[in-house]
Structures are given as C-alpha cells and as structure tokens.
Design a protein around this ligand. Structure first.
Ligand SMILES: *Cc1c(COP(=O)(O)O)cnc(C)c1O
Length: 383
C-alpha cells in the first residue's frame, strides 16, 4: 500500500497504511510501557530498552512526518521549543548562528538570553533580505542559519532556496521552523534546508489538545545523531498518548490546512479594504512584501495565519478582540477553532508586533461566519 507514487494526502489519511500485525487493528495500540524485555542472551533485539530513548508509540508519527517532508528521519519531542532548542544545543559554544529578527517570540527570548549565556554567538538579522544574510554570514564560523517562514507575527516570508544556497556556500546548516506553512504548503528540505522543525502542537495535531514538537532531517548524519542523543539526555521526550493523538490529527492535516488557507485568503482580501482596518498582513495578498517569494515557495495556499492592524491603535485592537463571539480570544494557532489575540500583550518588551496588531489563526469554521463575527466586533469597537 505504501507505494512511492502515492500522494501525501493518501499517505496521511491512512497514516502510511499501517495495520497492527497481531490484532489487524487500523488504529495503532497505545503503547504506555516505559521498559522492554531483554533477551536471554543479554541483547535487545527489538532495539528498545527504555522509553525515554525508544518508544514504539513514536514510530508511525515520526515516519509519516518524515515522509511528508521528504526527509531521511523524524524525531518527536516534548514540545516545539524542545525540538528547536535541541538543534541549537547540538552546536558548540562559540559557534555563530543567524536568527531572524521576526520569529516565534519564546524561541527568540531563549536565544537572546539562555543560548548566548551558554556561549552561542547569536546574531539577529532581517532574514527576508538575502543581502543581509550574505553580509552576516561568517564562513567557517557560522554553523546554523535559522529560518521561520511565514514568521510570527508579521508573516514575513524568507526565500528558503536562496538563503540555503548562501548558507551552504559559507559552510552553515539551515533549519526551518515550518510550523505555519506545514508540509501541505511548503517542503523546506526540497528547497535545500537541512532540518525542518514543527511545533506539532499547532497544525500537525490540529486540535489544540496536546503539546509536541518534531524535527525532520535531510540526512542521517553525525549532527542528527547529536540532536537525537540530546532528546534522550535532556529528557525532551513526548508522552505516548500525545504521540497517539498526534497521529490521529495528522490523518486530516491536508483537509484542515487547505480549508484554513482558503478561508484566511478570503478573510485577508475582505478586510484589506475595510474602514476600521489599517492594514492586513498576509503573504497571500498581492501587495504583501513577501508575496512573490511565497507564491513560488508555497503550493496551494498561503497558510491559515494573518494579522490585522486595527484603525484606532491599541485600544481599538483590544476592544475588537473583546467583542468577538465566534472567534476565541486565546493564544496558539493551527487548531480547528479560530483564535484571535492582541499579540503585543503576549510578547511584551522587544516585540516586533505593533500595538494595534491582532493575530488571527483561522480554523475550519465557515468563512462567512468568521467574516461576519469580525465585522460586528470591529463595528462595536469603533462605535
Ligand atoms: C508554538 C510555536 C513554537 C513552539 O512550540 P511549543 O510546542 O509551544 O513549544 C515554535 N514555533 C512556532 C512558529 C510556533 O507557533
């Protein structure tokens, strides 16, 4: 069934077509065991000894995500942050890394505080500008270039292929936080990236009911083995039930992401010409700064994330969020339900989010319902 020619939609819907050998079950058993029997000759022929290192509950989700991304191997982590920080901690103190100025705020805070104290030389640049990347790369010293595209919370777009070519010429690895794009819309490894990271908490699971992360590597090399060893040694291990739930969520990934992207495009176009809206930030709008690159790099949509800058500044933005009924006022993204949040309130000092910015995660509700609810909230906020 797992023929190489099958489309990713088919692979995801059937979780690679796996059927349990013993019971013929289509949905996998939930493996909770922390430990595994050693053979009488003192070997571990199953390759599993202890569940911090080897958990059969991970196998199918790791294999499916690796396949969808076109990578050699995947590894699940306890969270998106655990996956991302494992990549940086697999480097050596003194290594130079490039990170975007606009990126997931919690990882930016970790890089600028913990990682620099630990000895990484972290340089934050405008990753959307290849000239800035070229100028900042230090051949032989820069070991990693971290890309996030589209990037929180402005949805700025980085050209993965162009950036990877520059990084590789300088001897640096490229990792892409592809949480927002998902393999449905972008396949960073095919564009030259070495590693892909996802907060599986978001679209991959898609139901706002677990925290998980995943990395996929293009090559099973020494750096990847270091990353996997760190997962075990730092104990950044996902729980069995979370892995089981994640596989269930993955089966509907393509439907959910395409629906959210189509609705986000409609919502962006609708509010781009609205008297109570200053600006809509969405790479799917022809006037958006990253539109041309996004149109090349993303297939079948521009994702379910957009931001709206309210006319009337911070107070109007917060009042709009206060008046929604269908949208849920909450952080996070990538679930079936649409979420709205005043982003500067979440990120605090140092945020690139302007004070009038509302971040929207579009779910899979009816797009007209979502538009109508936002319309009435904007109207009430501007009364
Ligand atoms: C949520 C998120 C993360 C962090 O993932 P957690 O599972 O919350 O640790 C990283 N990057 C992006 C783009 C995210 O949205």
């Amino acid at each position: 069934m797992d023929a190489p020619s099958l489309k990713p939609e088919s692979l995801a819907a059937q979780a690679l077509g796996w059927v349990d050998e013993t019971t013929r079950a289509i949905s996998p058993p939930l493996h909770a065991s922390t430990t595994f029997i050693r053979d009488t000759d003192n070997q571990y022929r199953t390759g599993r000894a202890y569940a911090r290192a080897d958990n059969p509950a991970f196998d199918q989700a790791e294999q499916l995500i690796a396949r969808l991304e076109g990578g050699a191997q995947g590894a699940l982590f306890a969270s998106g942050m655990a996956a991302a920080t494992a990549v940086f901690q697999a480097l050596a103190p003194g290594d130079h890394v490039l990170a975007p100025k606009v990126m997931y705020w919690s990882l930016r805070n970790w890089l600028l505080n913990f990682a620099t104290q630990w000895g990484l030389r972290v340089e934050s640049i405008d990753m959307t500008d290849p000239a800035s990347v070229r100028a900042a790369l230090k051949p032989g010293q820069t070991r990693l270039v971290w890309i996030e595209t589209p990037a929180n919370p402005l949805w700025s777009v980085t050209d993965i292929a162009a950036t990877a070519a520059l990084a590789h010429a300088a001897g640096a690895r490229v990792a892409v936080d592809s949480t927002v794009a998902t393999p449905v819309l972008t396949r960073p490894l095919a564009l030259g990236a070495d590693l892909v990271m996802h907060a599986a908490t978001k679209y991959l699971n898609g139901h706002s009911d677990l925290i998980a992360g995943v990395l996929v590597t293009r090559a099973d090399d020494a750096f990847w083995q270091r990353v996997k060893t760190l997962r075990v040694q730092l104990g950044a291990t996902l729980g069995s039930f979370e892995a089981w739930l994640l596989l269930r969520g993955l089966r509907t990934l393509y439907l959910r992401v395409r629906c959210a992207s189509a609705s986000a495009q409609r919502i962006a176009e609708h509010f781009a010409r609205h008297p109570h809206v200053e600006a809509v930030l969405y790479p799917g709008l022809p006037g958006a700064p990253g539109h041309a690159v996004a149109a090349r790099q993303m297939q079948g949509g521009f994702g379910g994330m957009l931001s709206i800058r309210a006319q009337g500044g911070e107070a109007a933005a917060i009042a709009t969020a206060a008046h929604v009924a269908l949208w849920k006022r909450a952080t996070s993204l990538g679930g079936t339900e649409s979420l709205i949040e005043h982003r500067a309130s979440v990120e605090g000092a140092g945020t690139p989010a302007p004070p009038d910015l509302l971040r929207l995660s579009v779910g899979i509700e009816d797009a007209d319902d979502l538009i109508a609810d936002l319309e009435q909230a904007l109207a009430r906020a501007h009364r």
